[in-house]
Design a protein around this ligand. Structure first.
Ligand code: RIB
Length: 305
């Protein structure tokens, strides 16, 4: 059985400041501690896959700078296959500015830097990885044409395509991409952006799921924070609840969910159980500060029966 999970995506250095509240437009506020953390939706998902028991290969671009060198070293130390993570001259490694408030909510500004250089040629160079891949996992912090190439290659080798549509783009995603996506994992805001339906309860969740499926996607899983996650099984809405926990920082919770989901699916776990595993991993991550720093290890996931 093929087990490899390929993550195509971004890697950022996160500049985090704790604040009492997120600043309003035009407002200057004095924050608390400052941290420089490892992050980026792609790297977070790759780290989640690896720590939660998957076999991960990451395809990404970093700047040829101190942040890039550090990220590459740490990704490799995690045990991730980084053969196709390339350092790029003349651009900086991606950076994210993240204030986190006292309720654990954040807002994020990303300067893409080298992430924007991830190209179709990078995907083609990594073709040998796809021969042993069971799942390709992607997000939207790298160019969409590159993601389309990766999805095509995944399909050619029989791998499933999982897309985390974050950050949600200004332009609708091309049908060419959505038709290759087996599983999409929007949060409620992204689901509303894709479907035009505001997700407020189970009925609206099902309506949003069906609207997104009509765009060509196989399965839709809407992540809903403390409420857990929604999907549809045989046309019926199913909500898989999440444990209630004390939230410290929600950064990378969605990334942890996606990584965990792919690990469980790559082992043949059924969808409801895979979502339970992913909910548990994500709920642990929100109890800790930071992105990579918050992602749990497989041994920490204890599911109640
Ligand atoms: O999903 C969280 C991530 O979004 C952060 O780590 C930041 O780098 C941005 O990519």
């Amino acid at each position: 059985m093929k087990r490899r999970i390929i993550v195509v995506g971004s890697c950022n250095t996160d500049m985090v400041i704790r604040v009492d509240h997120l600043p309003l437009p035009g407002e200057t506020i004095i924050g608390h501690d400052f941290m420089t953390n490892q992050g980026g939706k792609g790297a977070n998902q790759a780290v989640a896959v690896q720590r939660l028991g998957g076999e991960t290969a990451f395809i990404a671009r970093l700047g040829n700078d101190d942040f890039g060198a550090k990220s590459l070293r740490l990704l490799t130390e995690e045990g991730i296959n980084t053969e196709f993570v390339r350092l790029t001259d003349g651009v900086s490694t991606g950076v994210a500015l993240i204030p986190v408030d006292d309720k654990g909510e954040n807002s994020i500004i990303v300067s893409s830097g080298a992430n924007a250089c991830l190209s179709k040629a990078d995907i083609e160079a990594a073709e040998p990885l796809f021969e042993e891949a069971s799942i390709l996992l992607m997000q939207l912090e790298t160019p969409v044409p590159t993601l389309i190439s990766a999805a095509r290659l995944a399909k050619q080798y029989g791998a499933k395509v999982v897309l985390n549509p974050a950050p949600y783009p200004k332009q609708p995603l091309p049908a060419e991409l959505l038709e290759m996506v087996d599983i999409i994992t929007p949060n409620e805001t992204e689901a509303a952006g894709m479907s035009g339906v505001r997700v407020t309860d189970e009925d609206s969740a099902l309506e949003a799921i069906e609207a997104i499926q009509r765009q060509g996607v196989g399965r839709v899983i809407i992540t809903a924070g403390a409420a857990g996650a929604y999907t549809s099984i045989e046309g019926r809405l199913v909500r898989i609840p999440s444990e209630s926990v004390e939230v410290v920082d929600t950064t990378a919770a969605g990334d942890t969910f996606c990584g965990a989901l792919c690990v469980a699916l790559s082992k043949g776990t059924d969808i409801a159980e895979a979502i339970r595993f992913a909910n548990k991993a994500a709920s642990l991550s929100v109890t800790r500060i930071g992105a990579w720093m918050s992602i749990p290890y497989e041994r920490e996931i204890v599911l109640s029966s």
